[in-house]
Design a protein around this ligand. Structure first.
Ligand code: ADP
Ligand code: MG
Length: 249
């Protein structure tokens, strides 16, 4: 279980997160929606341990330990996974090599889970890629090098499957995707939730991905606070009303 407790964080001296509380149980899918600049990506960066973000108060507890006390590597090793709005390109490092490295780091303490050779890992990766509808040709290319928006996001889902996280946060994974890619990404996420019991938070502006993902809970974040909790009906309501009710306050 991941529990975010009274989390306050600032960037360059300005408080952005003003007391966030959120609990995500294994296998649950949560969505966070909210206007631009409300602090959604800041939450992702704080969870990742980005050095520009200063935590002023609160805790993020994963399996009874405060991840805010851990280095970014240790967070990943303990099963925290974050997919950012703008994936990085690493020309010259192949997807297969990158994912093997990430996989071996995640299972550093579990010798049985690690792969002795790139060849063994490649076979395993091909199988996972096929399950997640990721084209095999992408696996040989440089990480995200020249990838289309859809390919980058599919790759993130593949990375997630390889890391078997206990908790994952996906920041605007659906932005800029065509309808087929949104469906494929949603199917991938659902498979991962089912297989590994991963607890998921998706940050999104659109109802469309939620139609396929069917989140258990929807939260609205405005100006660094979660102002409302609900089910999927909340996303439908927002489509009609927008965020006016909270913006005027
Ligand atoms: P959202 O993802 O909800 O659109 P963000 O978390 O990206 O919002 O941004 C929230 C606020 O924090 C914005 O005003 C943004 O300019 C500011 N902010 C976020 N990251 C940084 C940073 N690294 N440096 C300066 N300001 C930042
Ligand atoms: Mg954002």
């Amino acid at each position: 279980m991941l529990s975010i407790q009274k989390l306050r964080a600032s960037v360059e001296g300005q408080e952005i997160l003003k007391g966030i509380d959120l609990e995500v149980l294994p296998g649950e899918v949560h969505a966070i929606m909210g206007p631009n600049g409300s602090g959604k990506s800041t939450l992702a960066h704080v969870l990742a341990g980005h050095p520009s973000y200063e935590v002023r108060e609160g805790a993020v507890v994963l399996d009874k330990k405060n991840v805010l006390d851990m280095s970014p590597d240790e967070r990943a090793q303990r099963g925290l996974f974050l997919a950012f709005q703008y994936p990085v390109e690493v020309p010259g490092v192949s997807v297969t090599k990158f994912l093997k490295h990430a996989h071996d780091a995640r299972f550093k303490d579990d010798e049985k889970r690690r792969f002795a050779s790139v060849l063994d890992f490649r076979k395993y990766l091909q199988k996972v890629a096929a399950e997640l509808e990721v084209k095999e040709s992408l696996l040989k290319r440089g990480l995200n090098e020249g990838f289309s928006g859809g390919e980058k996001k599919r790759l993130e889902i593949l990375q997630m499957a390889v890391l078997e996280p206990s908790f994952a946060l996906l920041d605007e994974t659906d932005s800029g995707l065509d309808i087929d890619a949104i469906k494929a990404v949603s199917r991938g996420v659902k498979k991962i939730v089912k297989k590994f019991g991963t607890g998921i938070v998706v940050i999104t502006h659109y109802q469309r991905i939620l139609k396929y993902l069917k989140p258990d809970f929807v939260h609205i974040m405005v100006k660094g606070k979660i102002v409302r909790h609900g089910g999927i009906e909340l996303a439908r309501e927002l489509e009609k009303t927008g965020y006016k009710e909270w913006q005027d306050q």
